[in-house]
Each structure stands twice: as structure tokens, then as C-alpha cells.
Ligand binder design. Structure first.
Ligand code: FMN
Length: 407
């Protein structure tokens, strides 16, 4: 590994360990819903999508938010792991990710009151009785209180104690299946206005029992999910937790609340806080936080410093030097990318080149790497006897961007 002009090795490409799991670098493919599952199970689309993320060189590869029970999906096309028959389908993905040298990671979730919708391309419009004819019968979501997130949504069922007990058991069962499916990292989705976040925010939690009221009461469900999953998830495997560090419209749940929550989660065996924001009312991209590069890095930095827990930064991280600076300045421990990897799945290999990592092609699997190295050597080839024409043609074709993407 080459060192930069200060003699330091790029942190982005320095392995990192959480419990018994080591990632080859600190680049994370952030969870991304695909709305392409059948009865919750992944198929060829996920294999190709996840496959290209793993080939591209990320150290940790997340799939998509995966529902712990069928009614905890947002749409009929959402991923889930509520049944043992899902296990071999996910095993196919984890085997491939691991084969490429990356760590397979699953994000478990429950949609709460955001259930029963059409997919993202239809702007998550709620299902209606008219959709039943097409096999998309609406179902009632559940939440801490019977408060709809948006006027267009049908009010959810307010969860009683039995519902809470059942859902906690579903989280634990989903974690157990995730182990059997071969995942090495599990993340609890506690952000973006889904069930756990609905318990945290006073905008959605109007309960007067032990699961509502003050911040401690509203945190109770999140902490019980953390405990249930930690108990089912092996001790030598890390458990992450994604939170919305501030609410979508601001004020109801702020960064100070998130620092307190993060510290309590750490006490319950959570190894890293994944720092996102928004989503409790309206879409997750409510512009409370201006969408500037690295717009959520400040959250990761403060939680890391004040709660003393590792963090993951996410949100418009698109440049190798930007990602390296976030880690080097101690603002986060991992840098997660979502949309940039859709656009540019082999971003990690290009980031290695940018940061002066020796043998950047080695970030990719050997099936690609040896040919790419060969191409680099060809560029250096002296114009020699007999090879002159070939070398000239090769240089003309590659220009000075031979190591970059062509076309
Ligand atoms: C297609 C797509 C699907 C997403 N699905 C999820 C998801 O399943 N779970 C989640 O926590 N965040 C999800 N997100 C949010 C991303 O993980 C990420 O936090 C967000 O896009 C900001 O990062 P970016 O600027 O690198 O895209 C999704 C984002 C995209 C673009």
C-alpha cells in the first residue's frame, strides 16, 4: 500500500475490524431498496445489483432494507426475511459477496405506518381497494399511535402490548435467519420514519404508557429491539443501528436526543451508529438538512465524539479525498455511499487510484485486475522492434486515461 506525501497510508483503504469481522477497506455500499423481490425473496436482479457492488471493491456491501415480518414491508415488492425459505435465497448473495472479499451486511427493518404502498417509482402512493383486483390488496400498517404520516395515508393501528411482543420476536427471528443466510454484519433500521423512528418521535408517538411520553419512554422500543437482536446475533459479529439524527421537519427529535440514544444503544451492544436524517413526515429527502456534499457528516462527528461510539457517515459522499478527509479528521469510522455507487459501482477502485494506493486494480477481483494491470504495463511499453505499431495504437486508444473508465 503506497503512502501519500505525508507518509500516511490512506485510511479509506486501511482494514477495519468490528468484533470478529474485518473489512478490507472503509467504504460501505449503503442499504438501497430495490422493490424487486418476490414474496420478500431476492432473485436475479439482486444478484446482479449486489454482485456489481461487491466486484466494485466496497469493503462492506449492504443489501436493502429487509422486513422482519410481511406486514412490515412498505410494498409487495419489498425484501423480507420473515420465513426460513428466504434463507437460501440470501445465502446465494452472501456467498458471492464474500467470494469477492467484501463483508456481507443486512439491514433489517419494519415499515410501521409507512406500509401498504406502491413502489418508489409511483411515489409510494398508498394502495387502495381498487388495487386489490391486481393482487395488491391494501393492509393496515401499525405504529405506536393511530396517527397517519401523511394525509393521503390510512391511519395505522396503534400497537398494543401483544403487537409489541410479537414484533420484538420477529426482529430476533429475522436476525437468527440472517446468521443462517451468511451475513456478517446486521444493521437495525431505526431511521427514515419507519417503526422504530415512529416510537422515538413525539410527532408519531402519542402514547401514555411506558413506550411513550418523555424521551426515555419513546426510546424504550428502540432499545428493546436492540436487546432482542443483540441476543439473537452472535457475539463475534457486529451490530449497527441507523438513526435519523434529526427529524424531517426539525425540532421534535434533534441531535442532542440522538447523542443520548446512541450512548444507550452502545450500552446495549450496538457497535456503530449509522447517521442519517429525516423521514418522519413526508419523504426521506425533506430538505431540513441542505443537500450539500457530506450533509450528514456533522451528525456522525458529534455522535462519535459525545457518545463515544463509532459512526458511519452517509449522504453525498462522492469524492475520494472527501471520504478520506472525513475519516482522517476523526469525523466518522466508515464512509457509506448509495447513489454514487449506482452511477459508478467501481468507485472504490477509482478512489484507490485517486488516493495513490499502490496497485489500485487490485481493489477489483482478479478476473478484472490482471487484465487491467496488463493494460497499464502496455501503456509503459517501449516502442520497440516489431511492437511499435501495436504500442502506438494502444497509446492512442488509451490516451492518458488508461486507468480510468473508457467510453
Ligand atoms: C435507491 C435507494 C434506495 C434506498 N434504500 C434505503 C434502504 O433500504 N434503507 C436505508 O436506510 N436507506 C436507503 N436509502 C438511503 C441511502 O442508504 C443513503 O442514506 C442516501 O441515499 C444518502 O446517500 P447518497 O447521497 O450516497 O445516496 C436508499 C437510497 C437510494 C438511492
Amino acid at each position: 500500500m503506497k503512502r501519500d506525501e505525508t507518509g500516511a497510508r490512506p485510511l479509506l483503504f486501511t482494514p477495519i475490524s468490528f468484533r470478529g469481522v474485518t473489512a478490507r477497506n472503509r467504504i460501505v455500499a449503503s442499504p438501497m431498496c430495490q422493490y424487486h423481490s418476490t414474496e420478500g425473496g431476492p432473485g436475479d436482479w439482486q444478484m446482479a445489483h449486489i454482485g456489481r457492488l461487491a466486484i466494485g471493491g466496497s469493503g462492506i456491501v449492504f443489501g436493502e432494507e429487509t422486513a422482519v415480518e410481511a406486514v412490515g414491508r412498505k410494498t409487495y415488492a419489498c425484501a423480507g426475511i420473515w420465513d426460513d425459505r428466504h434463507i437460501p435465497l440470501y445465502r446465494r448473495l452472501t456467498d458471492f459477496i464474500r467470494e469477492q472479499g467484501a463483508v456481507p451486511a443486512i439491514q433489517l427493518g419494519h415499515s410501521g405506518r409507512k406500509a401498504s404502498c406502491h413502489t418508489a417509482v409511483h411515489d409510494w402512493a398508498p394502495l387502495t381497494e381498487a388495487d386489490a383486483a391486481a393482487g395488491l390488496a391494501p393492509w393496515q400498517g401499525m405504529a405506536p399511535s393511530a396517527v397517519a404520516g401523511e394525509p393521503r395515508h390510512f391511519p395505522p393501528k396503534a400497537m398494543d402490548r401483544d403487537d409489541i411482543r410479537r414484533v420484538l420476536a420477529a426482529w430476533a427471528e429475522a436476525a437468527r435467519r440472517s446468521v443462517d443466510a451468511g451475513y456478517d454484519i446486521c444493521e437495525i433500521h431505526g431511521a427514515h420514519g419507519y417503526l422504530i423512528h415512529e416510537f422515538l418521535s413525539p410527532l408519531s408517538n402519542r402514547r401514555t404508557d411506558a413506550y411513550g411520553g418523555d424521551r426515555q419512554g419513546r426510546m424504550r422500543f428502540a432499545l428493546e429491539v436492540a436487546e432482542a437482536v443483540r441476543a439473537a446475533w452472535p457475539d463475534d459479529k457486529p451490530l449497527f443501528f441507523r438513526i435519523s439524527c434529526v427529524d424531517g421537519q426539525g425540532g421534535a427529535w434533534d441531535l442532542e436526543d440522538s447523542v443520548v440514544l446512541a450512548a444507550a444503544l452502545k450500552d446495549r451492544g450496538i457497535d456503530l451508529i449509522d447517521c442519517s436524517s429525516g423521514g418522519i413526515t413526508g419523504p426521506t429527502d425533506m430538505p431540513l438538512v441542505p443537500r450539500v456534499p457530506g450533509y450528514q457528516v456533522g451528525f456522525a462527528e458529534r455522535i462519535r465524539r459525545e457518545a463515544g461510539v463509532p459512526t458511519m457517515a452517509v449522504g453525498l459522499i462522492t469524492d475520494a479525498h472527501q471520504a478520506e478527509a472525513i475519516l482522517r479528521e476523526g469525523r466518522a469510522d466508515l464512509a457509506a455511499l448509495a447513489r454514487e455507487l449506482l452511477w459508478h459501482a467501481d468507485w472504490p477502485a477509482h478512489a484507490a487510484l485517486e488516493l495513490g494506493v499502490e496497485d489500485p486494480h487490485g481493489v477489483m477481483p482478479h478476473e478484472y485486475a490482471y487484465r487491467l494491470r496488463q493494460r497499464e504495463r502496455a501503456k509503459e511499453m517501449p516502442i520497440n522492434q516489431g511492437g511499435e505499431e501495436t504500442a502506438r495504437a494502444m497509446r492512442a486508444h488509451l490516451g492518458d486515461g488508461g486507468a480510468r473508465r473508457e467510453g
